[in-house]
Design a protein around this ligand. Structure first.
Ligand SMILES: Cc1ncc(COP(=O)(O)O)c(C=O)c1O
Length: 475
């Protein structure tokens, strides 16, 4: 190794923290103990699909041929990895009911942007660049309008009707020759399957526009219904949700896109192609939108998703059936104590409202969420979708047994009772966690990362701790 030039060398020794190994181990173990994850408890974070990550996936992704692979390995030495990617493309195309897949995008949101760039390229190629508007539901995840704007399109919001479907009449009035497409997740973020989807697809297709499927909620429909059959032309998957992946805190994720045949020439390069028994990268796509990510995509995510899907095999639909059953069971237990803004059978998740507790006792969705932490549960998503006031968006996933669902329902019902009988305990929650209510923006943006010696505050003497500990044992 060549020596660093003298001028670049450090003159003073760096000030490094000095702690003994046991103290370092204790520090990080204490932090890990405080971390709540799907491996430590129930995590019904609506729209995020926090399902169990089977350990088989980890065994497979740690096979040396996958784990030690360098992205610049020549194709002949990476045939197994390429075959896995090709097979995953084939399976994803089948799940979506579409023709071709690119594995490149690294998250659902990047899949969205990629999909809209594909639309752009497609319309430009047809000489229809005047199409400048994308319709987005008022229940949409924030990434949808953000992607529309980033892709250079104008955004047109579509309302939701009284049954929780898209407002078809307003679409009929507004969709025209300037429309590029619709972006929709189905089931929606309300956990409801759009009953007019075929009519909606016809409105857009008749106007020469395209339909984009935000696959964040694909966990509800895998092997049961396919976005392509519903009329969608472009789909993104959230591999980290539907097909399991330890995720949260920003990654890692995978957001492949699938398209109908007429959009295939525009897919990002490279696409994994098969020629006889050989697999390789196909860069020869003159109409491609180019690359959307370094190298070839998040490979570890591909391996885990492939392992997950192959474990189910042809029984993949049982995953979605169990997810839908679990959600409807929970809904049936909670509907008497919380408001239900759209009273229908739900899909893999459902949205309640705490507005009854707010109106009657001044207890908000935020209070309920914080109190759930005292009972040992991760809170559901709250205040989303935006059209439901005091929203509590609950997604149990297929991983949970009835006992766990019952324990969560018991806690939610207990909190509704507490709101009526002892609201201060809810309004001041959490009381038995290492920290109370934080300024969540500051906590994320200006985290305090200093080492502190006493990492183990003794909470056992705190009022209410005994009940919370008992509740946790039952959880
Ligand atoms: C409905 C919906 N769409 C899109 C996204 C964006 O996906 P990602 O977080 O993978 O970028 C999410 C993420 O939670 C979502 O819930």
């Amino acid at each position: 190794m060549p020596e660093l030039p003298t001028g670049l060398r450090r003159v003073k020794l760096p000030r490094l923290p000095e702690l003994s190994e046991p103290e370092v181990v204790r520090h990080f173990t204490a932090l890990a103990d405080r971390t709540f994850g799907v491996d430590t408890g129930f995590y019904p974070l609506g729209s995020c699909t926090m399902k169990h990550n089977p350990r088989t996936n980890e065994r497979v992704v740690n096979l040396p041929g996958f784990r030690d692979l360098h992205p610049l390995q020549e194709e002949d030495g990476a045939q197994g990895a390429l075959e896995l990617m090709w097979r995953l493309q084939e399976i994803l195309a089948e799940v979506a009911g579409l023709d071709a897949v690119s594995l490149q995008p690294a998250a659902g949101s990047q899949g969205e942007l990629t999909g809209l760039m594909l639309m752009r390229a497609y319309f430009a190629d047809r000489g229809e660049s005047e199409r400048d508007t994308i319709f987005v539901a008022d229940t949409a995840h924030g990434t949808n309008p953000a992607s529309v704007t980033m892709a250079g399109y104008s955004l047109q919001k579509v309302g939701t009707d009284a049954r929780g479907n898209l407002d078809v009449e307003s679409l009929r009035e507004q969709v025209n020759e300037r429309t590029a497409g619709l972006m929709l997740t189905n089931p929606s973020t309300l956990g409801l399957f759009d009953e007019s989807i075929e009519e909606v697809a016809a409105i857009f297709h008749d106007a020469g526009a395209l339909l984009y499927y935000d696959g964040a909620n694909l966990n509800a429909v895998c092997g049961i219904s396919r976005p392509g059959d519903m009329g969608f032309d472009i789909v993104h998957y959230n591999l980290h949700k539907t097909f399991s992946q330890p995720h949260g805190g920003g990654g890692p994720g995978g957001g492949p896109v699938a398209v109908r045949e007429m959009l295939e020439p525009f897919l990002p390069v490279p696409v994994v192609a098969r020629e006889g028994e050989r697999f390789g990268f196909d860069f020869d796509r003159p109409k491609t939108i180019g690359k959307v990510r370094g190298y070839y995509g998040p490979f570890g995510v591909f391996v885990r998703s492939y392992a997950f899907i192959r474990t189910y095999g042809p029984r993949l639909k049982e995953m979605s059936e169990a997810a839908v059953l679990n959600a409807n069971y929970l809904l049936s237990r909670l509907r008497e104590s919380y408001d239900l803004p759209f009273d229908r059978l739900c899909m893999h998740e459902f949205v309640l409202s705490a507005r009854n507790l707010k109106r009657e006792h001044g207890v908000s969705a935020l209070d309920v969420a914080k109190r759930l932490m005292d009972y040992g549960f991760h809170p559901p998503t709250i205040y989303f979708p935006l059209i439901v006031p005091e929203a509590l968006m609950i997604e149990p996933t297929e991983s949970e047994p009835k006992e766990r669902l019952d324990a969560f329902a018991d806690a939610m019902l207990a909190i509704a009772r507490e709101a009526a009988e002892n609201k201060e305990v809810v309004k001041n929650a959490p009381q038995h966690r290492p920290v109370r209510r934080l300024d969540e923006v500051k906590a994320a943006k200006r985290a305090i990362l200093k080492y502190a010696f006493d990492e183990h505050p003794d909470l056992s003497g705190e009022p209410g701790a005994a009940e919370a500990i008992e509740a946790q044992k039952g959880a």
